[in-house]
Each structure stands twice: as structure tokens, then as C-alpha cells.
Design a protein around this ligand. Structure first.
Ligand SMILES: [Cu+2]
Length: 325
């Protein structure tokens, strides 16, 4: 047993790490005070091995820039969680089984999820030319962490989004590509479209998107010229809206205004949402609404004004796009 010598060596190692931390702090640390905290913890660390290891190891990690500003859906891996499809290819047509898992920070499939919008996980599949859309709710095998759901996809490349909150973690939207075999005919570029018709229902979209600003979007549902005033709740709201950016299919969070039964939110004909877009450009929006027991989807295309710049931390965005594949 040579504890004093061992401890001396350890303190030297901590001091070396501390020195590096100070250098890093001096180079990228935004304020002077930030170099003080590591100094205190590294100094204290000399008296106790366990806490020393943790403090020394965490000091450099604390300098890593955050990735919160990147829109959802662009990454397959984020915050330690990975979306893993069982197969990268799928046949076209009805009732094709899609199987996947969400791997957690420990590498194992996650089996505990919080319920958001009535479900533990929402799966949205969009063909990359925006001509196909599916919003389904896979079933989890709680023993294996394997999710499974039947989908109906046309030939082409699809983006698969999983929207979930791992228990004890933050809400995440992970995305990955899925190739569907068959004859693929790309859709022509679509102009802005604020009126959608589905199964005889007409849905109009009012409101504008603008880079960096909060937007209020009002969707109005009618059929045969008559406003629909008895929409049914779907996923805890009178509508569920998904917004995707053209080009990269960045997945934006959209919040419904009001909830059924709150005493003020009416079941149509208007359904109101709030969102904000990170840049100018084209956005594709999909509204799921329920009436007479059937969920239908209305699709829109909208161009957001603005400068075209990412609204905040543009330097960090550039850096992270490389690691975010
Ligand atoms: Cu859903």
C-alpha cells in the first residue's frame, strides 16, 4: 500500500486536467466566473478520489455547445438516443410491417416512455417529395423495446419521424430514411396551397409564417359549404398539425390553441395552432382532424418570409450539421 504516493500522482493528474480546463476556459469561456467553478471542484478533488474523478471528467464536457437549437427530425441520433429501424427497406402497399427500436444512452432499447398527446410514441412518415403522409401509433413490446406498426407506403424515399419522450428525459423527434421499392415518379414542385380537399371536406389555412416570429395558424373545416362545428377530439385536441421544412424536412413543433373541454375551445369550424419557423422558405403542413369517427389529413404548402437566416446561433448550427448525421 503506497497511498501517499498514489494520491500525489492523482493530484498531479487532476492538476494537469485542471490546467487544460483553464486553457479551454480562457479560450472559449464566455465569462471569467466560469473558470472559477472548475478551479474549486478540482482543488477539492484532491481530498477524495470518487468526487475527483467525476469533477475532472466533467469539466471539459461542460464546454461542449448545446444542440437544442437544431430543429427536430434532422438527426437519427440525439441526446444519447438513437432511432434504429429493423430494415432500411420496405415493400410498397398496405399492411407492411415496420419494426424499430429507440436505443438509449446505455445502448439498450428503451422500454419506458411518457405519454404525450395521448400516446407514448407518434410515428410520422413523409415521402421526401411530400406526396405521401402517414401518422400512426406503433405498439411497444415492453419486454424487448421493439415497436411495431403497419404502414401503407408508395414507392420512393420516405422520412420516418418518431416523436417521443423517454421517461426521465426530454422530448425528442428522431428521423431516418426508409426506401420503398417500386416505380418512383417524383411529384412536380408545388406552389403554395392554402386550401385542401379530402373526402369532400374543405380545409382552409389562414395566417402567415415568418422567420424568427411566432405564427398563429387558423384552419377552418367545412363540408358542402357548411362549417363543421362538431369536430371530435384527436390526440387531446381538435386537430394535430405537423409542419416540415422543404429541402431538409426539419420537423417543427406545433402547439394547438386550447383543449377540448376547457370551456372555451369550440369543436370547429376553426382550429388554431401556434408555431415558429427557424428560417424563410417553403413549409409543408399536414392537419389530422377527426369527424364522424374518421381521422383525415389535409395537406398545405406555405412560404415563410424573412431573411432566410437561421434565427439564432448560426455558427453553432454550422458546426453541428457535421456531427448530426
Ligand atoms: Cu400521433
Amino acid at each position: 500500500m503506497n497511498t501517499p504516493a498514489k494520491l500525489t500522482g492523482f493530484v498531479a493528474a487532476v492538476a494537469a486536467v485542471f490546467g487544460i480546463a483553464l486553457l479551454v476556459g480562457a479560450t472559449v469561456g464566455p465569462v471569467e466566473e466560469q473558470t472559477e467553478d472548475p478551479a474549486v471542484s478540482a482543488h477539492d478533488a484532491g481530498h477524495g478520489e470518487d468526487t475527483a474523478t467525476g469533477s475532472a471528467a466533467e469539466t471539459p464536457a461542460a464546454e461542449t455547445p448545446a444542440v437544442e437549437d437544431i430543429p427536430g427530425g434532422l438527426m437519427t441520433y440525439r441526446n444519447g438516443y438513437t432511432l434504429a429501424l429493423a430494415e432500411k427497406n420496405l415493400e410498397s402497399g398496405e399492411d407492411r410491417n415496420l419494426t424499430f427500436a429507440i436505443h438509449g444512452p446505455d445502448g439498450a432499447p428503451v422500454t419506458d416512455f411518457d405519454v404525450t398527446h395521448d400516446k407514448e410514441l407518434h410515428l410520422i412518415a413523409v415521402r421526401r417529395d411530400f406526396t405521401g403522409f402517414q401518422h400512426v401509433h406503433p405498439v411497444l413490446d415492453e419486454n424487448t423495446g421493439i415497436w411495431s406498426v403497419d404502414v401503407d407506403l408508395t414507392p420512393g424515399t420516405w422520412r420516418v419521424f418518431t416523436d417521443f419522450t423517454p421517461t426521465g428525459g426530454e422530448a425528442l423527434t428522431l428521423g431516418t430514411d426508409l426506401a420503398v421499392a417500386g416505380e418512383f415518379v417524383p411529384a412536380p414542385t408545388e406552389a403554395d396551397n392554402r386550401t385542401a380537399t379530402v373526402d369532400g371536406y374543405e380545409v382552409t389555412l389562414d395566417g402567415d409564417l415568418s422567420s424568427g416570429g411566432d405564427a398563429m395558424l387558423t384552419l377552418t373545416v367545412s363540408k358542402d359549404g357548411q362549417p363543421i362545428t362538431d369536430l371530435q377530439p384527436y390526440l387531446g385536441a381538435y386537430g394535430h398539425l405537423v409542419a416540415l421544412r422543404g429541402g431538409d424536412l426539419a420537423y417543427l413543433h406545433v402547439h394547438p390553441d386550447g383543449t377540448p373541454g376547457d370551456g372555451t375551445t369550440r369543436p370547429g369550424p376553426e382550429v388554431v395552432f401556434h408555431t415558429s419557423v427557424p428560417s424563410a422558405g417553403t413549409y409543408h403542413l399536414y392537419l389530422d382532424f377527426q369527424h364522424d369517427g374518421v381521422v383525415r389529413t389535409a395537406a398545405f404548402t406555405l412560404t415563410a418570409g424573412g431573411t432566410g437566416e437561421v434565427q439564432s446561433g448560426s455558427g453553432a448550427h454550422g458546426d453541428h450539421s457535421h456531427s448530426g448525421r
